[in-house]
Ligand binder design. Structure first.
Ligand SMILES: Nc1ncnc2c1ncn2[C@@H]1O[C@H](COP(=O)(O)OP(=O)(O)OP(=O)(O)O)[C@@H](O)[C@H]1O
Ligand SMILES: [Mg+2]
Length: 504
């Protein structure tokens, strides 16, 4: 079975083909049916195994233990061995992820009665995901037993696919002209915005930007803070904190069920904090979160007026078919209100299934022959030393269309090549801003180096050659998923070593 899979900060959504149409998979636990598998794990104290998804949410309210939420947020800073700690408990992030995904897989296999049938997943990642996140996501799904389809796509790109299938594709073929959509994806933990050109069976990302740490979790946190302030609550236990956050999240979500709500109510008893409930004015809450919402609008502007958009001939909003709102947090009434105030009612379309748009788009991609062209969300480069000074030398700039290759020929002046690769969102005057370290590689430039042992950091005592050393070719390739390899070739004897560039 081929599925589209959106592993989200709050929820994991699976789409599969039902009667030849992508549909959202349902999950059941204890009589409750949901069309998401919550991205939540719970490790009861004193028990060897954790529980996941709906079962985890249910258990967390009645047993002592550790509740792991928003694990996806930890993937942004991923390096092998990264741990999260709570009290005396410590876990490796990757182990937690694999644990969760194994149960997700087992649940899909059993609800769909797949038996030994292969489960092939097309994965999605945030458009602004760095290389480490892409790498660990793919790796963890494989370790959990999924067959990972070679193509991974960015979450807003998947939504653009879903958008074109939700009625627009007819108009597309009639007009024969490309259509542009601006996907605004506000989920539980991340915000992404992408400008996508849609042609029949072909999607091209023109520009993309995002905010790594902005989503529904932050809106929950603001409401939580308001509750704390209104009751001057102090020293909550970790469990009370989590329960209160959960109640705040539910209260926030209830705002979209009522027309023009005036108050939001948070029950303290259910959070095991005290008696009664806190009642807050919705407008006060909206005022509190408005600066966050405005940040998303600034990013939207950045993409709409980017150089890439200009190069595509887009000079005004009139050329954009729709601003398409997806992601569960887009259902917060304030979001639609603010985006419509700024861009007009007709321009803005809230997806009918904002939480599932990405998985449905990914499912289309998994089944059909669809071409997707994306751009790199980070600048990837290397630290070079020159005249005793270190500087950042970009290799693939942010916005580069992928897949991409680059080739350099260098004349080394010493016996060992010491490469330190990294990526960053910005760089200035030869320096990377907030860099994220990737592989450190040592390559033997010296043809006399004993190859039974490749150079390591201890060999860093580098001998200068002066000039006249053997030439070295550096071939970089960034695949269509944004994963990078480098092939270093020593010309004198054609020694060639290929390195996958990993997070460290
Ligand atoms: N009706 C609603 N009103 C407001 N917020 C909502 C509503 N329904 C869901 N949300 C919020 O949407 C978020 C989850 O959305 P979604 O499932 O799209 O995110 P995700 O895919 O898990 O996260 P991300 O894409 O950031 O990794 C949660 O913060 C949830 O509280
Ligand atoms: Mg999402």
């Amino acid at each position: 079975m081929k599925i589209g899979l959106d592993f989200g900060t709050s929820n994991t959504v699976v789409a599969y083909l039902e009667n030849r149409t992508p549909a959202v998979m349902k999950f059941t636990y204890g009589g409750v049916v949901r069309d998401v598998f919550p991205s939540v794990s719970f490790y009861p104290h004193g028990e060897a195994r954790g529980v996941h998804g709906l079962e985890a949410l249910e258990c967390a309210f009645r047993k002592p233990g550790t509740l792991i939420r928003s694990l996806k947020r930890s993937l942004r800073n991923y390096y092998p061995g990264l741990q999260i700690q709570e009290g005396e408990f410590k876990w490796e992030v990757k182990d937690l992820l694999v644990d969760f995904l194994k149960i997700l897989r087992e649940t899909i296999v059993s609800t769909q009665h797949l038996g030994s049938e292969e489960l092939e997943a097309l994965l999605t990642v945030p458009a602004n995901a760095n290389g480490a996140q892409r790498f660990v996501t793919r790796q963890a799904f494989r370790e959990a037993g999924f067959t990972v389809l070679p193509r991974m796509i960015d979450e807003p790109t998947a939504s653009a696919i879903e958008f074109s299938y939700s009625g627009l594709s007819d108009r597309l073929s009639v007009r024969g002209k490309p259509v542009y959509v601006l996907v605004y994806d506000l989920g539980g933990g991340t915000f992404d915005v992408s400008l996508v050109r849609i042609e029949p069976q072909r999607y091209t990302v023109i520009a993309s930007a995002g905010i790594e740490r902005l989503g529904g979790d932050d809106f929950d946190r603001c409401l939580y803070q308001m509750v704390i302030e209104s009751r001057q609550l102090q020293a909550l236990s970790p469990l009370q904190e989590k329960l209160l956050l959960h109640r705040c999240c539910e209260a926030k979500e209830s705002l979209s069920n009522i027309i023009d709500p005036k108050y939001v109510r948070i029950d303290l008893e259910e959070a095991r904090i005290g008696e009664g409930a806190v009642r807050l004015r919705v407008e006060d809450y909206y005022e509190r979160i408005l600066p966050l919402v405005n940040q998303t609008l600034l990013k939207l502007e950045e993409v709409l007026h980017s150089e890439a958009a200009r190069a595509e001939g887009i000079s005004s909003l009139a050329q954009i078919e729709k601003i398409y709102l997806v992601g569960g947090s887009s259902r917060l009434p304030l979001i639609l209100r603010r985006v419509q105030e700024k861009y007009g009612q007709d321009k803005v379309h809230l997806s009918s299934l904002p939480f599932a748009s990405i998985a449905l788009g990914a499912c289309h991609m998994a089944q059909e022959k669809i071409e997707v062209e994306q751009v790199l969300s980070r600048t990837f480069g290397v630290i070079r030393t020159c005249g005793g000074r270190e500087y950042f030398d970009p290799i693939f700039e942010k916005g580069t269309k992928i897949p991409a290759v680059k080739r350099f020929e260098i004349s080394p002046e010493h016996n060992i090549g010491h490469y330190r690769y990294l990526e960053c969102v910005e760089h200035r005057d030869g320096q990377a801003i907030s860099p994220r370290m990737w592989s450190e590689i040592f390559f033997p430039y010296d043809p006399d180096w004993d190859l039974s042992r490749l150079p390591q950091s201890a060999d860093i005592e580098i001998k200068q050659y002066g000039s006249g050393g053997s030439k070295v070719i550096e071939e970089f390739s960034c695949d269509e998923n944004g994963l990078i390899t480098v092939n270093l070739i020593r010309q004198a004897d054609s020694l060639s070593i290929k390195y996958e560039i990993w997070p460290q």
